[in-house]
Design a protein around this ligand. Structure first.
Ligand SMILES: Cc1cc2nc3c(=O)[nH]c(=O)nc-3n(C[C@H](O)[C@H](O)[C@H](O)COP(=O)(O)OP(=O)(O)OC[C@H]3O[C@@H](n4cnc5c(N)ncnc54)[C@H](O)[C@@H]3O)c2cc1C
Length: 301
């Protein structure tokens, strides 16, 4: 308790915005979950590094939050320090290099690149995430990944060139080591405005054709030598529902939460899918989505 109060005092002295008992329901795309004990919003690289130094010195439990579009937040909330990228804003361009602060929305980043006649990253259109989040996750679709366009990343621990970012399927060194991305420098291609705009529209159309509507975190499970959606569909789980969480009728790798859903419903449905697929197909599905907070009592359906 003393450690947290000392930490908060230091935040105040260094003009870092924070909030206690911070509601997380409207900060994730399932729109479920409880509250964070303490949320911190650094608005510069310097302040973010200060926050991390303080967290590490005091040995406080922490996690990083971007757009919350890949997170299932416990109904009991998060009992630690949640460092949020929301206030890390700013975009600049120099030649083919676009530098983007981690808290910028992907949609705003794409608008900026379009106006700068730079492209290559249009495939990210429609992902409701932050730039820090898509790079930490190495998010991808249509055969391309966000990391492919990274020149270097500035994080709380240093500056990492592409080769040192450890990009792999839906992961990077930043995610693995809970090292917060603060800004990303992308190396983009010269494109004509119209060409890039129509590419974005094309990818958005493709996405709309495949992706179910409603509250979700995108794909729940990784494709790991198999297409998770097809495997789940082949177990006749489309439309299966627990509480307010349902396997999408349109795409079996999506779980859609209705307005009554609790995170517990989503978690129970995930466990049910994993058990069923293991029994029927012998495949151990691995989550692409991540958990924030405690789910220990929610493993049984
Ligand atoms: C409708 C929909 C469509 C989607 N489509 C796709 C898709 O096509 N391809 C795909 O790969 N994913 C997709 N997703 C999933 C999700 O958008 C991605 O995983 C995205 O990368 C998450 O970014 P975020 O900012 O929301 O991160 P969050 O959900 O907040 O966090 C996800 C992880 O990244 C970490 N993180 C976030 N920000 C930072 C940071 N600044 N520094 C270090 N770590 C950080 C978090 O700690 C956590 O581990 C989709 C989700 C939805 C809801």
């Amino acid at each position: 308790m003393f450690k947290v109060e000392h930490f908060v005092k230091n935040l105040e002295q260094n003009a870092v915005r924070y909030a206690r008992d911070f509601c997380l329901k409207d900060k994730n795309t399932y729109q479920t979950g409880g509250r964070a004990k303490l949320a911190v919003f650094p608005n510069s690289i310097q302040k973010a590094r200060f926050v991390f130094d303080e967290i590490k010195n005091a040995n406080l439990p922490y996690s990083v939050l971007g757009g919350g579009s890949n997170l299932l937040v416990s109904d009991d909330g998060y009992d630690g320090v949640l460092v949020c990228s929301h206030d890390l804003k700013g975009l600049s361009v120099s030649g083919n290099l676009v530098t983007c602060m981690a808290g910028e929305r992907v949609s705003d980043f794409l608008k900026f690149t379009l106006l700068s006649s730079l492209g290559g990253v249009e495939f990210l259109s429609g992902i409701p995430a932050t730039v820090g989040g898509v790079v930490a996750m190495n998010a991808g679709c249509f055969g391309k990944n966000a990391g492919d366009y990274v020149s270097y990343v500035t994080s709380t621990s240093g500056i990492y060139s592409f080769a040192d970012c450890g990009f792999d399927y839906r992961t990077s060194r930043f995610k693995e080591q809970k090292d917060m991305i603060l800004s990303v420098c992308f190396n983009l291609e010269n494109v004509e405005y119209e060409q890039s705009e129509s590419k974005s529209e094309y990818f958005l159309k493709l996405r709309k054709g495949k992706q179910p509507k409603g509250r979700s975190c995108g794909s729940v499970f990784k494709n790991d030598g198999y297409v998770a959606g097809k495997v789940i569909e082949s177990c006749a789980l489309k439309g299966y529902q627990i509480g307010g969480a349902k396997v999408s009728e349109r795409h079996a790798n999506f779980i859609i939460a209705d307005k009554t859903a609790k995170s517990q419903d989503v978690k129970k449905l995930i466990e049910f899918i994993k058990r069923t697929v293991k029994e029927k197909k012998g495949i151990s599905l691995q989550e692409e989505i991540e958990y924030l907070g405690n789910f220990e009592d929610e493993n049984q359906s």
